[in-house]
Ligand binder design. Structure first.
Ligand SMILES: [Zn+2]
Length: 311
């Protein structure tokens, strides 16, 4: 059983990806390391308590032994020792159907679960998230959106090109604004209808996709007005977080409301309430009398709430 080692950090060396000869040499290198994903779930190793996990990188010889030497792979980057790292994605059906094959190196764990539980470092979550997002993008971009012909993989999995018309396609990232709405010493938390299956009373901050032509501030003001009917004054960007399910980038903001008069859109928000810092602290500590809960430490919503709590 492998043990936890040093955390991976990769340089994507994007300027090298277009060099097909260089990339082929990296893929053929005995030193290369490869991450397997089965049905989008990365192979991991955990500590005995299963509170910490790392991505499981397999050596070149192991990939060959699993029958995957010629399998298409995504180039993920070089580590500080210039060792090339790749990702190979296969289906669970194939993994199970090959005796002694990829299923022999399980567990494969759902990446969203790993993210929510905070088991991977941000660096490894970023690598696995990129591999997952690339895999989904490839499966959804096999045909040209312009002429309908087949597309081919280029640049180690970071570009596709149409055989017929030559149009190029690149992996997409969808920006999402996620904002903590404040009014003086209170902030707004809300409960969405989609949380209804969760037993505990889950609340969070507001969020929504940016639309074409919008800047971040406009999207924040529009989403807040649509969801809870509040007019927003100042909008400040705080921090961002990749959320590769399938390919979002969360843009965390603080938005100061001009009033506290809520007008909810029931399709989006079931309940919203203003809480002061004392009540917010009690919810975050898990001892609210109504059992309200908020997202965990590794969610950007938590970071927005924590920053407000700490003034
Ligand atoms: Zn085309």
């Amino acid at each position: 059983m492998p043990t936890l080692g040093s955390v991976k950090s990769l340089d994507r060396v994007s300027h090298k990806r277009a060099d097909a000869d260089w990339l082929a040499a990296q893929a053929a290198s005995d030193a290369s390391r490869t991450l397997l994903l089965v049905d989008l779930k990365p192979a991991i190793v955990s500590n005995a308590e299963q509170t910490q996990a790392q991505l499981r990188w397999l050596p070149h010889a192991k990939i060959a032994a699993l029958g995957l030497a010629d399998w298409p792979r995504h180039f993920m980057g070089l580590d500080p020792a210039q060792v090339p790292h790749f990702a190979i994605a296969i289906t669970e059906h194939r993994a199970i159907a090959t005796p002694g094959g990829p299923f022999s190196v399980r567990p494969y764990v759902d990446l969203r679960t790993l993210a929510v539980q905070g088991q991977l470092t941000p660096e490894e979550l970023s690598i696995a998230g990129a591999a997952r997002a690339l895999t989904e993008w490839h499966s959804n971009c096999r045909c040209c959106g312009h002429c309908g012909s087949a597309t081919d993989t280029k640049d180690g999995g970071w570009r596709r090109k149409c055989f017929a018309c030559g149009k190029e396609f690149f992996p997409r990232t969808d920006p999402v604004v996620i904002m903590l709405v404040t009014h003086g010493d209170r902030c707004l938390i809300s409960h969405e209808p989609r949380f209804k299956d969760i037993q505990l009373r889950m609340f969070s901050t507001l969020a929504g996709f940016l639309e074409p032509g919008e800047d971040i501030e406009h999207a924040v003001r529009r989403e807040v007005m649509e969801e809870v009917g509040l007019d927003i004054g100042e909008v400040r960007y705080q921090e961002s977080q990749p959320w590769p399910f399938p390919h979002s980038l969360m843009l965390g903001c603080r938005a100061e409301a001009k009033t506290m008069d809520l007008k909810l859109d029931p399709a989006e928000i079931e309940e919203a309430r203003w809480v002061d810092r004392a009540e917010l602290a009690i919810i975050l500590e898990g001892r609210h009398p109504e059992h309200l809960t908020l997202p965990g430490k590794h969610a950007i919503a938590y970071k927005l709430l924590r920053a407000f709590l700490e003034g």
